[in-house]
Design a binder for this molecule. Structure first.
Ligand code: NAD
Length: 488
């Protein structure tokens, strides 16, 4: 109740004025008018949003280009200070960000309040790297003083998806700004609210106009124009694998540098020697938190046949107790899925599972008929070649598959187009070493759920992406190496 009242207060200004594009520190109406963003909780319209076009992207790219040299050349300590101010301002408005995000995306408050603070942490972490980011090396040869330095690549485009949009946007934008790049951000059309809050917060915290610009709109229009714009030197993209291929083609004519963080069908492998209680907690957390709308979710459970019956029985009991409900209720664990289209996609797998011969052991139903709610779902009696084991469903839906030997588990774990994360549960150290060495994934956790540590590399292999974020890897993407040789 209290949270709903607060939300209404925060939404009032959006209802009244809508969301404009933000270019060079000023509001700009969308070239194609407006579109509407709706809440998945009750399908109500939240507000009008600027429908950005190629012209809007052009204006934003020009603005980012106009101020690039000033931002690049600002003393690192000053840029650092501004980014710290942004982090503090995010913390000060974390509640507003979390409530708006929940209403716009259907994510639950219990997870989004943490995600808003992670956004602040992203700014703080990369702010602290600003001063060293350009440090280079001196590689002396007999006849030359060889100096290498790093310089920001130029204005960049950031294209983000609708799942945890605030946190993901900061994950891309903070290092770009820290590197000395200026940014044009195209947020997902399904979740524009918190991208607007971010640009506002950043400007109020002292980010000069034009350093961060936000253009709302659709992927095939505004997004496409951004990937094709000659003033934009690189694109940091988070979204579906299919979209990653499309934007790579779109960026080819202007030779864009691309960083792609894409989909996953991540395995969690549970051996019978594991701590099963902890494994159970982690399996549940990694697929049923954040509505299962999470690229790193463990959506395939590979469980050793010796413990399968017991593990699945305990899983079913726990899954049936997960609370589906209003995302602003602090007790809710699963809120509605983000859009009608996505709801239709996720629920279509309930039939697909049955047609392919799997068992719906828990869930497999929708909840109510107003919002896009589904029950947390578990499929059992599945095989790894089924669609429910191969395709990214991106909802609170887990497919359980038994295995008998380590070799079989490894073959199944790798038998997927994707390779983002893997989770391994075993108390046999040498098996863990063997297995992780052969598992095809960009990130693996052993006896742990996914715990992000910002200095470590984040990214996937195979259809899960190209490139890494985190630590200095982010700067490698947003900067160019420059070599200068002086004759001695
Ligand atoms: P999506 O690919 O449909 O859209 C992502 C963004 O790309 C949106 O802003 C969209 O407007 C834009 N876009 C779409 N077509 C475009 C085009 N032709 N040119 C330029 N931009 C275009 O993805 P989504 O449905 O919003 O997000 C869910 C997907 O994101 C899932 O596959 C998920 O696994 C993935 N994801 C990956 C990571 C990761 O780190 N690997 C993190 C979060 C989400």
């Amino acid at each position: 109740e209290q949270n709903v009242d607060k939300l209404q207060g925060y939404l009032a200004r959006f209802r009244e004025g809508g969301i404009a594009n933000r270019i060079a520190g000023a509001d700009r109406a969308g070239g194609a008018g407006v579109f509407q963003t709706c809440s998945p909780v009750d399908r109500s319209v939240i507000c009008d949003v600027a429908h950005g076009t190629r012209d809007d992207i052009d204006a934003a790219a020009q603005a980012a280009s106009d101020v690039f040299a000033d931002w690049r050349d600002m003393p690192a300590t000053e840029r650092r200070k501004i980014l710290i101010n942004v982090a503090e301002a995010i913390e000060a408005r974390a509640e507003e960000i979390a409530l708006c995000e929940c209403w716009d995306t259907g994510q639950t408050l219990r997870f989004m309040s943490k995600a808003a603070l992670r956004g602040a942490e992203n700014f703080r972490y990369f702010a602290d790297q600003v001063v060293q980011a350009r440090d280079g090396q001196h590689l002396k040869s007999p006849t030359l003083m060889n100096i290498t330095t790093r310089v920001p690549i130029g204005p960049v485009g950031v294209i983000t998806p609708w799942n945890t949009p605030f946190m993901l946007s900061t994950w891309k934008i903070a290092p770009a700004l820290a590197a000395g790049c200026t940014v044009v951000h195209k947020p997902a059309e399904a979740s524009p609210l918190t991208a607007r809050l971010l640009v506002e917060i950043a400007e109020e915290a002292g980010l000069p106009p034009g350093v961060l610009n936000t253009v709302n709109g659709f992927g095939e229009e505004a997004g496409k124009a951004l990937t094709e714009h000659p003033l934009i030197k690189a694109i940091a993209f988070v979204g579906e694998s299919r979209t990653g291929s499309i934007i790579t083609k779109q960026g080819a004519d202007t030779l864009k540098r691309m960083h792609l963080e894409l989909g996953g069908k991540n395995p969690v492998i549970v051996f019978d020697d594991a701590d099963l209680e902890r494994a159970l907690d982690a399996v549940i957390f990694m697929i049923y938190s954040i509505n299962g709308e999470r690229c790193t979710s463990s959506s395939r459970l590979l469980v050793q046949d010796t413990i399968k019956d017991e593990f699945e029985a305990r899983l079913i009991e726990r899954v049936n107790n997960i609370k589906v409900g209003h995302p602003l209720d602090p007790a809710t664990e699963i809120g509605p899925l983000v859009t009608e289209e996505h709801f239709n996609k996720v629920t279509s797998y309930f039939d697909i599972a049955k047609q392919d011969g799997a068992t719906v052991a828990a869930g497999g139903e929708t909840v109510g008929d107003v919002g896009y709610f589904v029950r947390p779902t578990l499929f059992t009696n599945a095989t790894n070649d089924m669609r429910i084991a191969q395709e990214e469903i991106f909802g609170p839906v887990l497919t359980s598959i038994p295995f008998s030997t380590e070799e079989e588990a490894l073959a199944m774990a790798n038998d997927t187009a994707y390779g983002l994360t893997g989770y391994l549960w075993t108390n046999d150290l040498t098996r863990a070493l063997r297995f992780t060495d052969k598992l095809e994934a960009g990130m693996i956790w052993v006896n742990s759920e996914n715990v992000r540590h910002l200095p470590t590399p984040f990214g996937g292999v195979k259809a899960s992406g190209i490139g890494r974020d985190g630590g200095d890897w982010s700067f490698e993407f947003y900067m160019e190496q420059k070599h200068v040789g002086f004759a001695t």
